[in-house]
Design a protein around this ligand. Structure first.
Ligand SMILES: NC(=O)c1ccc[n+]([C@@H]2O[C@H](COP(=O)([O-])OP(=O)(O)OC[C@H]3O[C@@H](n4cnc5c(N)ncnc54)[C@H](OP(=O)(O)O)[C@@H]3O)[C@@H](O)[C@H]2O)c1
Length: 252
């Protein structure tokens, strides 16, 4: 079997695009997420010989442990982990922030990365040439109004990634962070805005070409396929229409 690349949040958006792309790069994909029907369709598309679907909720220790056991049970070197599962809930100002939403965002975006990384690190290290790519966000370094919980969570993701890189110095595992700006995926903003399609459409209105999932998959694949001694610490990627978090060119 080919070397294994585990992709969390592979049931939609950036994760699904990354699974397709890394399969083309020659990896055996472990596609992990909660919605197994979508994972099954993805595996069928990629080809069952080159992909395995594994149900995994990154907010559950038990679920992550089961996923890791399945991965190691496949018997091939685990060389890539893409920590992509994540998301945002709400756009409330801090003064009205929902503790429940914030807890969810910390659990998925920070603790989820911790759980999955801990579970797969021994296998990544044992491969002798491991790569951990974590999907952060431009929210990881630029606050914006209404973004408090997501901004704080993605700052937490970055803190985890930066610490891990230091702690793994001398070990055969590189640690990479991809920070996308505005990416138009089917579900990210729709979920954040509680299914409100009109408000979702307004986020992307007049933006000529937002990034799409495949653009980020391309970045992930590029970093993960550099020679092993090359560690792209952090890659910030925005659409050309978004010069900065608050500077979005719209043609309305
Ligand atoms: N779209 C953007 O503008 C943008 C910008 C910067 C960064 N990002 C980041 O990029 C990543 C992917 O975003 P996307 O746009 O592709 O969003 P998306 O389409 O909403 O995908 C999110 C993925 O995360 C998975 N997920 C959510 N909760 C999970 C859980 N508890 N356990 C396991 N998987 C879980 C979902 O799968 P299930 O629901 O099936 O579990 C889904 O596959 C996220 O980390 C996001 O924060 C997105």
């Amino acid at each position: 079997m080919q070397n294994i690349a585990v992709v969390t949040g592979a049931s939609s958006g950036i994760g699904a695009a990354t699974a397709r792309r890394l399969a083309r790069e020659g990896f055996h994909i472990v596609a992990a997420a909660r919605r197994v029907d979508r994972l099954a369709a993805l595996v069928e598309e990629i080809g069952a010989a080159s992909a395995t679907a594994v149900e995994c909720d990154v907010t559950s220790d038990e679920s992550v442990a089961r996923m890791a056991a399945t991965v190691t049970g496949l018997g091939a070197p685990v060389t890539v982990l893409v920590n992509n599962a994540g998301g945002a809930r709400g756009v409330d100002p801090v003064a009205e922030g929902s503790v429940e939403d914030w807890q969810w965002m910390f659990d998925v975006n920070v603790l989820g990365v911790l759980r999955v990384t801990k579970a797969l690190l021994p296998a990544l290290e044992a491969s002798g040439a491991g790569t951990i790519v974590t999907v952060g966000s431009t929210a990881a370094f630029t606050p914006y109004e209404g973004g408090g919980g997501y901004v704080a969570a993605k700052h937490g993701t970055t803190a985890l990634v930066g610490t891990l890189r230091l702690e793994l110095a001398g070990k055969p595992v590189r640690v990479i962070e991809i920070d996308p700006g505005m990416v138009q995926t089917d579900e990210f903003t729709l979920n954040r805005l509680d299914g409100d399609q009109a408000r979702t459409d307004a986020v992307y209105a007049g933006v000529k070409e937002p990034l799409v999932a495949e653009d980020i998959a391309d970045c992930i694949a590029w970093t993960a396929t550099r020679p092993q001694h090359v560690n792209v610490d952090r890659l910030v990627v925005r659409p050309i229409a978004q010069a900065a978090q608050h500077k979005v060119h719209r043609e309305l």
